[in-house]
Design a protein around this ligand. Sequence first.
Ligand SMILES: *Cc1c(COP(=O)(O)O)cnc(C)c1O
Length: 378
Amino acid sequence: MEVRTFPYRCYALISRRQIAANYHSVRAALGPAATVLGVVKANAYGHGAVEVSRVLVAEGAQWLAVSTVEEGVALRRAGLTVNILVMTGFLRYEWDALIAHSLTPVVHSLEDLAALATLAHSSSKPIDYHLKIDSGMHRLGTRADVTEILAAIQSARHANLTGLMTHLASAADYSTQQTDQQAAHFARIWEQLRAAGVHPTYVHMSATNAIAYGRNAPWLTMARPGHALYGYVSPARGEAPRPILSVQPALTWKAKILAVKEIPEGALVGYGGSFRAPHAMRIAVVAAGYADGVPHRLSNRGKVIAAGKLAPILGTVSMDLTTIDVSQAPALQPGDDVTLLGREGDASQDAQQMARQAGTISYSILCGIAGRVERVYV
Ligand SMILES: *Cc1c(COP(=O)(O)O)cnc(C)c1O
């Protein structure tokens, strides 16, 4: 991506073109019959929900997914008119907004389905919904048996079941049977509903990893990629097929150097003096800290890219600042950029690599990039 710099202390460059390319990679992997539901929850994993949604819609997406009613309302207010699925359901105080903004809720219990039916009746506006089955992740979704589900669907007369879904807990893990068991459970429920005359348009269970490793069964008519749109697929466990997605990170994260200094052997760096210089060193103080989303766990173990080389983090990451070793990059000056995520020449670091060093996951790194980090769209 760009080598240009921008006048921000800490900023994320987001490539619209890369998000579009990732979307098309997912599209191609799924084939023309499946609808892609672009997952833009949590501010599009830190990439900016409105901007990312506009890119996806411009590329042909007809469905977006968010976690909350509030996130859906924000997209509506930004002028997005495509279908928006609210994946974690709705609470009583969110009913009005759900209806007013024509959001499509995921219903994850039969009690919620009854509530939705009441709501649809009283607002005299039919409401479409997707029903979520808990097929063995034991998070959201109904565990009721098919007879109860059918009765609930049929008595919810003003609410239209347009989607049936479940969520997989271990799609990238080939050392367990959990995915097969979940898929079988879900297939059984769908078959029984179909036999009873219930035909939702959208049937879906696959997020990024299920798509990437080809778990998306042919009878599924929708898939819900998030991570892949931003350029990531989780590494597999066990004997996995090769991923069928070729996606690349869309986000580059940069920060300015605020100071460069020489320290003598034995100097202690940062809070707690947890780094002691083993010899004279040149260090730089970077304008990004844990308040920007740099994990505190990277203290004395993480790296950033400075002048095209990986530069170790020295001492503790503080709230607004991180200190790095630039002994190998004597030309760096205050005002220059370093790269936290991205590529400079041959050196690169992505969210998965940073996550490994911080003992976390790439999702958490991306979502952790703070609101005060300026987003720049290129
Ligand atoms: C977050 C989420 C997704 C997207 O998951 P990725 O792994 O980012 O593709 C899909 N479905 C549900 C229910 C989710 O919560």
